[in-house]
Design a protein around this ligand. Structure first.
Ligand SMILES: *Cc1c(COP(=O)(O)O)cnc(C)c1O
Ligand code: SF4
Length: 341
């Protein structure tokens, strides 16, 4: 490990903003840019969207496809890592590109939308694999598509009887909330049961416009979840996340996952120690309504899937009882049922 760390030469931070901008996709919507309060990397919105030389720090454990999605792609554009779920890459376009994106090998490199023939292939695969009951329409950002293009995709998925729910992953409520129009929600509500997971990372992203976007989706009967990425010096702080998660509940969005930053190229400066996330989760448990508390997960390298990480609450156990620790650090004994002794 020491050699590994020496090899990445992390202290030599190149000042290569131009190189970072050409290596990873760049676009910032005017609305999202307007949320910057200062034009320096100390501003969370700036840090999440403006290229920085630090993105060129390139230790060998980072890669373009850390989750090995390419290896789990049975037909082009469809990623399947679990037997009951599949993820469709519907477009490579986003309203704004995130510097921390895990799918930078796909997003924005070449802006394109899934072709009809790829969509038919994906649908044929879903038909042949009736165990898949949950299809995640992802990308890129599916809500950057026109209503017609998105409806074609949703209609094709809905034509497969074994698919029970459709989920859409979209950051437009955060980066382009004016995209959530009545025309869009009117179309979406024809494809229920439909769930949307969005991606707020910082309270600065909670604005009257993003609230209105989420409320409009919720009013169309779409349950909303949120996936936050834990990012160093942006939101790796229990006060910041407490404010964010409370704010999300107020706009009817349920915090779903807090993600440990994936091992993708260009994010070394965003990464936090695993213990940081666990400690934050421990603090939040005592401070926040359970509804506002997401699951902290690590999507492990080599396509192992998501693993939830919890603060360890079991002090000791034997066949007759468990000794548990609560959020204040106090210990409590919970007897097991007599029947099982
Ligand atoms: C995250 C992910 C899912 C969904 O996982 P859930 O835990 O059900 O939200 C499905 N497929 C892939 C490829 C994923 O990365
Ligand atoms: S919106 Fe999502 S897919 Fe698009 S750049 Fe950001 S993290 Fe990546």
């Amino acid at each position: 490990m020491a050699e590994l760390i020496a090899a990445c030469n992390w202290q030599k931070v190149p000042n290569g903003v131009h190189e970072a901008a050409s290596r990873f996709p760049l676009a910032i919507s005017p609305y999202y840019a307007s949320l910057m309060q200062r034009l320096d990397p100390g501003d969370p919105v700036f840090a999440m969207s403006v290229p920085q030389g630090r993105e060129l720090i390139d230790p060998p454990f980072l890669s373009d496809d850390p989750l090995e999605e390419e290896r789990h792609t049975p037909v082009p554009g469809l990623v399947q890592r679990y037997s009951d779920r599949a993820l469709l890459i519907s477009t490579t376009i986003c309203a704004s590109y995130c510097r921390h994106c895990t799918r930078k090998r796909v997003t924005g490199q070449r802006e394109s939308v899934i072709s009809s023939s790829r969509l038919s292939q994906a649908v044929a695969y879903l038909r042949q694999n009736p165990k898949i009951r949950d299809v995640i329409v992802s990308g890129g950002d599916p809500l950057t598509l026109s209503e017609e293009a998105l409806e074609k995709i949703l209609g094709a998925i809905r034509s497969v009887k074994s698919v029970e729910i459709i989920r859409i992953g979209s950051r437009t409520p955060v980066t382009l909330p004016m995209r959530i129009t009545d025309e869009l929600t009117c179309m979406l509500r024809r494809y229920h049961p439909l769930w949307i997971n969005t991606h707020f990372n910082h309270p600065q992203e909670l604005t009257p416009q993003s609230s209105e976007a989420c409320e409009r989706l919720a009013d169309a009967g779409i349950p909303l979840g949120n996936q936050t990425v834990l990012l160093r010096e942006i939101n790796d702080d229990s006060r910041v996340l407490e404010t964010l998660f409370r704010g999300l509940l107020r706009i009817r969005v349920r915090p779903y996952y807090l993600h440990q930053c994936d091992l993708v190229r260009g994010v070394e400066h965003f990464r936090t120690p695993m213990a940081r996330g666990i400690e934050i989760m421990n603090v939040l448990r005592g401070r926040l309504s359970g509804l506002a508390i997401p699951t902290f997960v690590v999507d492990v390298p080599n396509g192992g899937g998501k693993i939830p990480l919890l603060p360890c609450k079991i002090v000791s156990s034997d066949s007759s009882s468990y000794l548990l620790r609560n959020f204040e650090g106090d210990h409590f004994c919970c007897p097991e049922p007599l029947h099982f002794l």
